[in-house]
Design a protein around this ligand. Structure first.
Ligand SMILES: [Zn+2]
Ligand SMILES: [Zn+2]
Length: 288
């Protein structure tokens, strides 16, 4: 087993939970994942625990994960690697592998929470470092303008296909049942989507109107975040042609789309397609 040590950064918050987890992977040299904020005391503790550092990896460039990278790089001489590299850092690519003693860390592009998000899969341990894509507790925030729920769901399924054993999240505790956690995340999003459609069916037409029905028992300080999370679902459903938005006088209201029917056979179709699956196949064969 490769050595994995967690150092908690001193930045607790609503999204950050107890703070950012900085992960030290391997030994002499070690790889550091997400140095966190540029906090001298925290980074000194990371260096003390890590010893020699060969690389500093960033899951994404949000301010609770990335700003310490430059200082830690200067303290250790290690290269900083990220999908959206800050100045002086190197670009990470999907599938790239970084060697550690007794294993390798593979980069897995997992956009959704942010466009540049990467997870890191340590083999042979099957330990997955998930940044903000999966947290140890609660759910990940898919927030505009960058958050993309369609991409995020694809990323969750991609991580599940890796069959990780443990999840080492960017915030919150270590997860011992990784696949169970990923299933829980996928179920949660599916349930939320049903709730959004149900709220629309009952006459709510804006994210703000839907918050009490969906998030009734949440504290008021997360209402804004909740409304934006509902908006992320609405945008996904819009892309699938299942809801429509109407903007009038600067206000945007949402409604469930009328079910469309196939122009050829009259059966219901999914999304914005003109023809149902079998009819589009038939049309394709005829035009061939
Ligand atoms: Zn983030
Ligand atoms: Zn974070």
């Amino acid at each position: 087993m490769t050595r994995i040590v967690r150092i908690l950064a001193p930045n607790p918050g609503i999204r950050e939970l107890e703070g950012t987890n900085t992960w030290i992977v391997g030994d002499r040299p070690a790889v550091v994942i997400d140095p966190g904020p540029d906090d001298e005391r925290h980074l000194r503790e990371v260096v003390r625990e890590a010893g020699r550092v060969s690389a500093i990896l960033l899951t994404h460039d949000h301010p609770d994960h990335a700003p310490g990278a430059r200082t830690l790089g200067a303290m250790t001489g290690a290269t900083v690697l990220a999908a959206r590299p800050p100045e002086g850092a190197e670009r990470l690519r999907d599938g790239q592998e970084i060697a550690v003693r007794g294993g390798t860390i593979r980069c897995v592009a997992t956009p959704g929470h942010s466009a540049d998000h990467m997870a890191f899969f340590l083999q042979p341990d099957a330990s997955l470092f998930t940044g903000d894509a999966v947290l140890g507790r609660g759910t990940s925030v898919i927030d505009l303008p960058e958050g993309d729920l369609v991409a995020y769901l694809r990323s969750l399924r991609r991580m599940r296909e890796l069959e990780p054993r443990t999840i080492h999240p960017g915030h919150g505790p270590l997860v011992l049942d990784a696949v169970g956690k990923l299933d829980e995340y996928l179920d949660h999003r599916a349930r939320r989507e049903e709730q959004v459609l149900a709220a629309l069916g009952e006459g709510s037409a804006t994210p703000e109107e839907m918050v009490p029905a969906i998030y009734g028992d949440y504290p008021p300080e997360v209402r804004d975040l909740a409304a934006r999370s509902i908006l992320a679902h609405l945008l996904k459903l819009e892309a699938e042609g299942r809801v429509e938005k109407h903007t009038r006088g600067g206000e945007t209201r949402w409604s469930v789309s009328d079910p469309r029917t196939c122009a050829r056979c009259g059966r219901p179709v999914r999304g914005r397609a003109r023809l149902c699956g079998p009819c589009s196949l038939a049309a394709l064969q005829e035009s061939d």
